[in-house]
Design a protein around this ligand. Structure first.
Ligand SMILES: [Zn+2]
Length: 120
């Protein structure tokens, strides 16, 4: 996984120590391109996919689209190729970014999906 600078998008970044705060340790990075420090704080910068793509996919899932449908849409509209398993992981990892009612919907659907997977 390639780390990129959150300010300029450069991948010319170096790990430089760790910063501690209330929620634990955070890796600090230095960008050689724009000469800025930044912290890996939201988990997204490490991802290959844009936060917008992920939250929209989660939104669609909460709306009732199947994982298969969300997967197909990502590929056809955005040229993003992911597995259904990846989308499922996004739901687990990032659904806190959705508004509460939608988040609950996404969780419900995920639970239902894993129940039916067990029964078959
Ligand atoms: Zn930079």
């Amino acid at each position: 996984m390639q780390m990129v600078c959150g300010t300029c998008g450069s991948s010319d970044v170096a790990k430089k120590g760790v910063r501690y705060n209330a929620t634990g340790a955070k890796q600090k990075f230095f960008c050689h391109n724009c000469k800025r420090w930044f912290v890996d704080d939201d988990g997204f910068k490490r991802m290959r996919h844009k936060p917008n793509d992920i939250t929209r996919a989660l939104d669609e899932y909460a709306d009732g689209a199947s994982l298969k449908k969300v997967q197909k849409r990502l590929l056809q509209h955005d040229g993003i190729k992911v597995t259904r398993w990846t989308i499922r992981n996004w739901v687990v990892k990032y659904s806190h970014l959705l508004k509460k009612p939608r988040r609950d919907l996404a969780y419900q659907r995920l639970r239902a999906a894993s129940m039916s997977a067990k029964n078959t």
